[in-house]
Design a protein around this ligand. Structure first.
Ligand SMILES: NC(=O)C1=CN([C@@H]2O[C@H](COP(=O)(O)OP(=O)(O)OC[C@H]3O[C@@H](n4cnc5c(N)ncnc54)[C@H](O)[C@@H]3O)[C@@H](O)[C@H]2O)C=CC1
Ligand SMILES: O=C(O)[C@H]1O[C@H](OP(=O)(O)OP(=O)(O)OC[C@H]2O[C@@H](n3ccc(=O)[nH]c3=O)[C@H](O)[C@@H]2O)[C@H](O)[C@@H](O)[C@@H]1O
Length: 449
């Protein structure tokens, strides 16, 4: 089929490349000239495992094209996917200005039947509004349908999620676009849920809000474990074994970040408010998450009350592993708190260093590798659980540190091992190893020798 995808970000570029990989003729459109020029020359604007290979292959075989001209995209396709950003406005609502710009050009350009599919995350009722808007601004009188087809991919595994989705949601009550989109999605071999457009739009927000709720829930259980006793990893295993709960998204940590959970939770609260409803649960989810992002530095301050001029090592800057995305990354809060307390920061991330430089500028020191970031610092803060941070040479880490303080925001290490290695170790919702434990371990070791 002939498609265009408008917006070549995480969603647009990955979806476009995957549709091309399945044999469709895809035109990817973006207003960012540098991005489009780069893509034509094999430069990926984002890091996603497996993306570069399929983009290059399909660009070379002619299934995938890149342009800044939406007019060209509209002309070249029967189905137009809108995948532009819908960032949060000051008031928490979604900024739909890019969707509006795209809808206007589509209205002015189309000359024959088109299916306009919204893939961007947009508040309920946006499809109705886009439909009315296109009808109002149409230059040529032709038929069209507007469908909601929300996207559920995760960054860091976007290609694999797109190729193997849990479900595909097609939100339209019209038969013609439903049948065409069914056929387009057949090769994904996933269940297709047909629903009305409003429900499809709400499904997207409800899914993200629910997943975010699981995370804030387990983070609060972790906070209770820290105060009352217990180990949140064991608790998560215990409750997650119940199929009705499931063990997914029950990893306690330093709070959720990224381009979506933070903005989508706020947006659905806003939608509720606009409809005279107080969405109390998700409101609290957001509040708990803000607090959670501060817990690592608070733990450090309990151990080192005066951080002035102390150098602290931060491992992991992106909001999760396998991505270079720094949007709403918990590392931002952690580093802000450290700097406010007068500390100096040495940081390392395997992929997100360039993005991080845009965020932190010259406020922190950027290191070339993990151990360089640890050397001569007072404490290690493990913020993002990249594979290489989960398998550190602990003896070397301890030797490089001025003080054996390790704050693990992702529960990557075994408590017993950290005690044996002599670390003062604080993680999330698990018993902490204090200086007293470390001294005791050393005494036992000395007696044994
Ligand atoms: N990032 C993610 O993992 C997911 C994002 N979503 C949703 O998908 C949408 C897109 O998100 P991302 O891909 O992360 O955004 P992004 O910010 O990575 O990419 C958006 C792209 O749209 C382009 N753009 C903006 N205005 C345009 C216009 N008028 N014409 C053509 N291109 C234009 C921008 O230059 C940019 O390249 C959002 O609504 C987001 O909530 C949904 C599922 C997953
Ligand atoms: O709408 C979106 O953009 C996407 O948002 C999330 O995907 P993403 O933000 O890429 O990444 P996740 O794996 O969901 O992680 C989000 C955040 O939650 C945190 N998290 C996740 C899981 C967990 O158990 N604990 C936890 O703290 C991660 O560290 C990360 O900061 C959803 O998982 C996708 O289904 C959705 O399409």
């Amino acid at each position: 089929m002939k498609l265009s995808v408008v917006g070549t970000g995480y969603v647009g570029l990955v979806s476009g490349a995957c549709f091309a990989e399945l044999g469709n003729q895809v035109t990817c459109v973006d207003i960012d000239e540098e991005k489009v020029e780069g893509l034509r020359n094999g430069v990926m604007p984002i890091y996603e495992p497996g993306l570069e290979e399929i983009v290059e292959e399909n660009y070379e075989n002619g299934n995938l094209e890149f342009t800044t001209s939406l007019e060209e995209g509209v002309k070249n396709s029967d189905i137009i996917f809108i995948a532009v950003g819908t960032p949060a406005k000051e008031d928490g609502g979604a900024d739909l200005s890019a969707v509006k710009t795209v809808a206007k050009t589509i209205a002015e350009t189309m000359k024959e039947y088109k299916i306009v599919v919204d893939k961007s995350t947009v508040p309920v009722g946006t499809g109705d509004w886009v439909e009315e808007f296109i009808a109002e601004h149409q230059k040529n009188d032709c038929d069209f349908d507007v469908v909601s087809c929300p996207e559920f991919l995760r960054e860091g595994s976007a290609v694999s999620d797109t190729m193997n989705p849990d479900r595909i949601v097609i939100g339209t009550e019209d038969q013609k676009p439903a049948e065409i989109l069914d056929e387009l999605h057949q090769d994904f071999n996933a269940p297709i849920l047909h629903t009305d457009r409003h429900s499809a739009e709400i499904i997207k927000y409800a899914a993200n809000a629910f997943l975010a709720t699981k995370i804030s829930f387990i983070n609060e259980i972790a906070n209770i474990c820290e105060r009352a006793g217990g180990n949140v990893v064991e608790v998560a295993k215990g409750i997650g074994s119940d199929h009705r709960i499931s063990d997914k998204f029950l990893r306690a940590g330093v709070g959720f970040g990224g381009a979506c959970f933070p903005k989508d939770t706020k947006a659905i609260v806003k939608t509720a408010n606009e409809n005279d409803y107080d969405f109390k649960i998700v409101d609290s989810v957001v509040e708990v998450n803000e607090q959670q992002k501060e817990t690592m530095v608070n733990k450090l301050k309990n151990l080192l009350p005066n951080l002035t001029n102390k150098t602290i090592s931060v491992l992991g800057l992106s909001f999760k592993p396998n991505t270079d995305d720094m949007r709403e990354a918990p590392s931002r809060t952690v580093i802000k708190q450290l700097l406010e307390a007068g500390a100096k920061v040495k940081a390392y991330d395997p992929i997100a260093m360039d993005e991080a430089k845009e965020v932190f500028g010259d406020q922190i020191e950027y290191c070339e590798g993990t151990y360089e970031a640890i050397k001569d610092t007072e404490a290690v803060l493990l913020v993002t659980e990249w594979d290489q941070f989960q398998d550190l040479d602990l003896t070397r880490v301890k030797r490089l540190l001025n003080k054996p303080i390790f704050i693990d925001g992702r529960n990557c290490y075994d408590l017993h091992e950290m005690e044996q290695e002599g670390f003062i170790y604080h993680s999330v919702g698990r018993p902490s190893i204090s200086a007293h434990d470390v001294a005791a371990t050393k005494e036992v070791a000395a007696v044994n020798e």
